[in-house]
Each structure stands twice: as C-alpha cells, then as structure tokens.
Design a protein around this ligand. Structure first.
Ligand code: CA
Length: 150
C-alpha cells in the first residue's frame, strides 16, 4: 500500500506510535488525497501526476476497499471518486462518506464516465462538490482540486 505517510499526516492524538513515526518521515507538507478508481490506466496516470504535484495519494481500487477506508482510515483532505466502481458505486460511497465522522466536510470530486447529466445531478445531490467527465485533462483536474482545497 503506497503513501501511508501522507495518509497519517492528519491524525489527531491518541493513535499508535507507528503512525506517529510514519508521519514524521514526511518532512515536506503533502496534501493527502484518496483516489477511488478501478481503471488501472487512470490510477497509474493520476498517481504519478498527483504525487509529482505534491499530493500523498492513497488508492482504493473498488467500492469495498473504499468503504473500508471510510470506516477505518483517517479522512484525507480531498477525495477523487470514480462513479462506476465494482461492488459499491460512487453514489452509495458519497452517502456513506457524508455520514462518517470526520469525512463529512472532505471535498469530493466525482469522475463520471461520460458527461451524462443524470449522473452529474445525482452525484451533486448525493454530496459531491464538483465533477469532471472522462476523458479529462490532468491540468483541469488539478485546477479543480486546488479550487476545492481553498
Ligand atoms: Ca470505473
């Protein structure tokens, strides 16, 4: 599992010594980002690109993994969520995320396979802060992420 360093960056007190140690390894300030995406190509490109842009990226590769992180992991500073995920889709995940302690105010940028108005409206109603239709330019993604983090 890559990039746990950034993941543990924002834990409050009361956590284990190991996590504290991991956090101290990260000297630079990285923004923790959770990517929920099952398409390997997209994961590889975004992971590389976002790490280079200063994000500490954690990946959930399907809906079950994403659910587990929402239940058990510390909330990241931002979530990039593909709508179409195996087992549990993005709409359900947003609902879970908005109900989870600490995750309620985390900005969520939803990725839709196509710019279907119905999906976009449904996603925004479910609690997504913004959306981007695939295929998208990484620069546009970055601009939207930065806007959400302000
Ligand atoms: Ca997908």
């Amino acid at each position: 599992m890559p990039c746990w360093v950034g993941w543990f960056d924002h834990l409050d007190s009361g956590k284990t010594g190991m996590e504290v140690h991991l956090a101290s390894v990260d000297a630079g300030r990285k923004v923790s980002l959770l990517l929920m995406e099952d398409e390997e190509d997209v994961v590889m490109i975004l992971h590389f690109f976002l790490e280079r842009e200063g994000f500490a990226v954690t990946v959930a590769r399907d809906g079950r993994e994403a659910e587990k992180m929402i239940r058990e992991a510390a909330p990241p500073e931002i979530v990039i969520m593909d709508v179409m995920l195996p087992y549990v889709d993005g709409f359900q995940l947003i609902a879970q995320l908005r109900g989870a302690v600490g995750w309620r105010d985390v900005p969520v940028l939803m990725l839709t396979a196509k710019s279907e108005e119905r999906d976009i409206v449904r996603g925004l109603n479910a609690g997504a802060n913004d959306y981007l239709a695939k295929p998208f330019k990484t620069k546009e993604l970055l601009a939207r992420i930065r806007r959400l983090l302000k």
